[in-house]
Design a protein around this ligand. Structure first.
Ligand code: ADP
Ligand code: ZN
Length: 292
């Protein structure tokens, strides 16, 4: 059975055709311009592909409340052309198939939970540390939405004692995204993040912030495993540094065998950077089942 997947990002749209086993059969990407330009291109791509449903993992904030009048909209995004864009309604109308919808990072969490390193676990979280920081929460076999959807990339942190950088979040002076996203590292050190050597002080500060956030998520959400993805996490030296800090901060408080083996508890993304688009295939499949 053919399914469509759309990873809607602030800079590019990834479009793919795949199946219910998470296999991607073809994939392409187009730049994210305005809805007037980009949505017709997306419709053109999918319209003759004989897909049974489409799954979208989108940048946001988005409206995921099925009882709301603006369900399926991108809402108050900083990408102004997309504010109040009815992405689900428009694609549904033109393609005439069920359209599943969630945040981009929930899509990645779902991809990993279905086919990747958190498969078979009831509760897990996926964190992307890239241009922004996002957290997808998979809880008791479902993606967590709550009031809106988690925005846990903006949790507030204690500053590293040696970090004087003001942060880059326009809303918060000391949130995770403002202090630890790729662009924040690059502004703090005046260099591309991948040009800083693996011994650079940047990574100690980075691990300190990520670990603090993880401890907050562990204490509140109690996940069975945490996956770290996104461009910044290509710096593999961060993993042992983060695990070490998490251990220090938890300080033995939680007694469970899972936390005794942090190498298996805090892990990299495992689907070759396809976790997002594969998650969209699963969203498509779930929507199809919902509509039966
Ligand atoms: P996005 O978040 O836009 O989907 P990425 O997850 O690839 O995309 O994140 C891009 C950011 O990650 C860049 O701003 C850059 O700062 C950072 N980045 C990309 N590659 C690396 C790398 N090898 N090492 C450290 N940082 C990186
Ligand atoms: Zn913030």
């Amino acid at each position: 059975m053919l399914l469509g997947a759309l990873e809607a990002g602030g800079t590019k749209m990834v479009l793919a055709i795949g199946n219910e086993n998470g296999e991607i059969l073809e994939q392409t990407s187009i730049p994210t311009e305005t809805p007037e330009i980009t949505l017709p291109k997306i419709i053109d791509y999918f319209k003759d592909k004989e897909i049974k449903s489409l799954g979208i993992g989108s940048f946001g904030p988005i409206d995921l409340d099925r009882a709301s009048k603006t369900y399926g909209y991108i809402t108050s995004t900083p990408k102004l052309a997309w504010v109040n864009c009815d992405i689900v309604g428009t694609l549904q109308k033109h393609l005439g198939i069920p359209v599943g919808f969630d945040t981009d990072v929930n899509g990645s969490a779902l991809g990993e939970a279905t086919w990747g390193s958190t498969k078979g676990l009831g509760s897990s979280i996926y964190i992307t540390i890239g241009t922004g920081v996002g957290v997808g929460v998979y809880q008791n076999g479902k993606l967590l939405h709550g009031m809106l959807h988690p925005e846990a990339g903006h949790v507030l942190l204690s500053r590293h004692p040696e970090d004087t950088f003001e942060g880059i979040c326009p809303y918060h002076s000391h949130c995770l995204e403002g202090l630890a996203s790729g662009p924040s590292i690059e502004k703090r050190w005046g260099k591309k993040a991948y040009e800083l050597g693996s011994e650079h002080k940047a990574w100690e500060i980075e691990a300190y912030y990520i670990a603090q956030a993880l401890v907050g998520y562990i204490l509140t959400l109690s996940p069975h495993r945490i996956v770290l993805g996104g461009g910044v996490m290509h710096q593999e030296q961060l993993f042992p540094m983060i695990r070490e800090q998490v251990k220090v901060l938890l300080n033995g408080y939680l007694k469970t065998p899972l936390l005794e083996d942090l190498d298996s508890y805090i892990v990299p993304a495992s689907l070759n950077d396809n976790q997002g688009i594969m998650g969209c295939l699963k969203l498509a499949l779930m929507e199809l089942e919902e509509n039966k």
